[in-house]
Ligand binder design. Structure first.
Ligand SMILES: Cc1cc2nc3c(=O)[nH]c(=O)nc-3n(C[C@H](O)[C@H](O)[C@H](O)COP(=O)(O)OP(=O)(O)OC[C@H]3O[C@@H](n4cnc5c(N)ncnc54)[C@H](O)[C@@H]3O)c2cc1C
Length: 407
């Protein structure tokens, strides 16, 4: 039985674990967090995500876990709505849809679907990877070294597998110039009570490319985000410095900003990261291969991170088949040939995506909200509804070419 080590129990890692376990592999997943990661906002079930979840037999469960959403509204500092994009916009292909569930719920579904041959090791990671000629010797922080036929780095944009096998992060990281903090606001903990969202994702754009968001979450919860210009951040362990940065950046702003900053202080899942893309010239080296954000993070602004992770997992599983292929290099090259055009289209995003998400000036904000109103109306709206495409797939994605397995 072929043995694979998957590093990272995220969307890509556990989706691959399910597929390879079903194909007959013995799968080990190592995850640095002490349990499945919580937190994160909603992710989309349209396009590729839907196809792969259907293949996994998880689509009904995923659809049953969707969060009630009514649309996205751009508001001003007094909470007045400047523009809205309801879920019905563009025939259901707008920014927000009814088919979204929390990232943590999707991760849980995938994790629970992993089969009996799959073992998960939490609170551990790899510290060394050495080619043995016919496999890879992996060293762990908390376990004795083990030999695998293949190692998959599904450990996100700051991948340790990529660092060990390909080189330092800076060679692959392309910052988009913004940083994003996110956390869950639990309404029961707020005094006075926080206003309900009624299914609306509310977004306040502020001058200086800053954004404050509150999105629907589980009942009694809201998913909050703060976006601001930054290409580097205080160290991950320094929560106080990170909170102070948020507080400095958004001090004195209107709407619910003060309340949301206070909620960040008591949140149990506060995360902060830069919006980066990952560009790597190749995704495999010997018997080490990258999958998901570690290989190609397109950034949350692409709206395609989950779709790419799921499609990538399915494509890699198909390339590998039931056991380690005789021509591993050929199989991994086939996976890359199938995924790279899709990834490149997703990373390109549409022109002005970053600037239109977080305009710099009041004039820019007014223009952006005006455009958001305009594009949904009259002939422009009708044209876009016909041509906006299938949300959740990289634009103009051609069907994946047949994968060369080398066997
Ligand atoms: C907690 C969290 C919240 C997120 N929220 C959103 C969101 O709201 N919107 C959005 O668009 N995208 C979000 N993302 C990113 C999104 O999940 C990915 O862009 C996409 O699903 C690709 O999945 P992935 O499996 O490649 O990476 P991820 O889903 O990021 O999973 C990577 C996994 O690897 C683990 N890991 C990291 N380093 C190591 C290591 N050294 N050793 C072992 N394991 C490691 C991580 O803990 C994580 O579980 C979030 C990611 C996380 C981890």
């Amino acid at each position: 039985m072929s043995r694979v080590l998957v590093v990272g129990a995220g969307i890509a890692g556990d989706a691959l674990a399910v597929l390879l376990d079903r194909a007959g592999w013995q799968v080990t997943v190592v995850e640095i967090a002490p349990g499945l990661r919580s937190g994160g906002q909603t992710v989309d079930l349209r396009g590729d995500s839907r196809d792969v979840l259907a293949r996994l037999g998880l689509l009904d469960a995923a659809l049953a876990a969707t969060i009630e959403q009514r649309g996205l509204a751009w508001i001003d500092e007094r909470g007045r709505r400047r523009a809205e994009m309801p879920v019905e916009a563009f025939g259901g292909a707008g920014f927000v849809s009814t088919d979204e569930l929390l990232r943590a719920d999707l991760a849980r579904l995938l994790h629970d679907a992993t089969g009996p041959r799959t073992r998960h090791r939490f609170a551990d990671t790899v510290t060394g990877l050495t080619g043995t000629g016919h496999g890879v010797r992996a060293e762990f922080r908390r376990h004795a070294p083990e030999d695998y036929d293949l190692v998959v780095g599904a450990d996100g944009a700051h991948s340790v597998v990529r660092r060990l096998a390909f080189g330092p992060e800076e060679a692959f990281r392309r910052p988009l110039g913004l940083a994003h903090a996110w956390f869950t606001l639990r309404e029961a903990r707020t005094t006075p009570p926080t206003p309900p969202l009624d299914g609306w994702f509310l977004m306040l754009n502020l001058p200086g490319s800053r954004v404050v968001e509150a999105r629907p979450g589980h009942a009694g919860e809201q998913e909050v985000g703060f976006t601001f210009p930054a290409t580097s951040l205080p160290p991950r362990g320094d929560t106080e410095a990170r909170l102070a940065l948020l507080e400095r950046t958004f001090a004195g702003e209107g709407w619910r900003t003060a309340e949301l900053l206070a909620a960040a202080r008591v949140a149990d899942d506060l995360a902060l990261d830069t919006y980066d893309q990952v560009h790597a010239g190749t995704w495999s080296r010997g018997r080490v291969v990258l999958l998901g954000d570690s290989a190609w993070c397109a950034s949350p602004l692409s709206g395609l991170g989950t779709a790419l992770a799921l499609r990538g997992a399915a494509t890699l599983a198909d390339a590998l088949g039931r056991e380690v292929p005789a021509d591993v290099g050929g199989a991994l090259a086939g996976y890359e040939a199938a995924m790279r055009p899709v990834v490149e289209r997703a990373q390109a995003m549409y022109p002005g995506r970053v600037r239109s998400f977080a305009p710099r000036t009041r004039l820019g904000i007014a223009a952006m909200t005006g455009v958001m109103r305009l594009v949904q109306r009259g002939p422009v709206g009708a044209f876009l509804t016909r041509h906006v495409g299938d949300y959740g797939r990289a634009p103009e994605a051609a069907p994946a070419p047949p994968v060369t397995t080398g066997r």
